[in-house]
Design a protein. Structure first.
Length: 133
């Protein structure tokens, strides 16, 4: 793109804040939440499966979560409220009401890093653990 359009300059901002495209805070936005501004052109770019992930270190300390226990006895890391509209009271289909929320993070990379450190389990898109084992 740069070779064909040398006058274009890309400024990439990663934030959970909803930028206002009407006020030219962004020309193009990739979001996990559907924008509320009705005059924007919106296209779905993709979907991905999610699963619960934890390190072996975490599992050695806390054991594998059992189905239908509400993740009792487990530490949970989540996306902060507003990062994704698909997070609810379940993680990968399991209730989480008996688990202990130890972190709320605002990016997939931070959530993945936290999990890789063995601090908790979390629901992650399948592609992240493949990219960051």
């Amino acid at each position: 793109m740069q070779a064909k359009y040398p006058a274009i300059r890309v400024t990439l901002t990663t934030t959970i804040r909803q930028l206002n495209q009407g006020r030219r805070e962004a020309d193009i936005a990739v979001r996990t939440l559907r924008p509320e501004q009705p005059d924007l052109i919106v296209r779905k770019l993709g979907v991905w499966d999610v699963r619960l992930f934890a390190t072996q270190k975490y599992l050695d300390g806390f054991g594998e979560p059992e189905s239908n226990t509400g993740l009792a006895g487990h530490c949970i890391a989540l996306y902060r409220t507003g990062v994704t509209q698909h997070q609810d009271e379940r993680l990968a289909g399991e209730r989480r009401d008996k688990g202990h929320i130890v972190a709320e993070l605002d990016s997939s990379l931070m959530l993945t890093t936290f999990i890789r450190a063995g601090q908790a389990l979390a629901e992650l898109p399948d592609y992240l653990p493949q990219k960051y084992p």
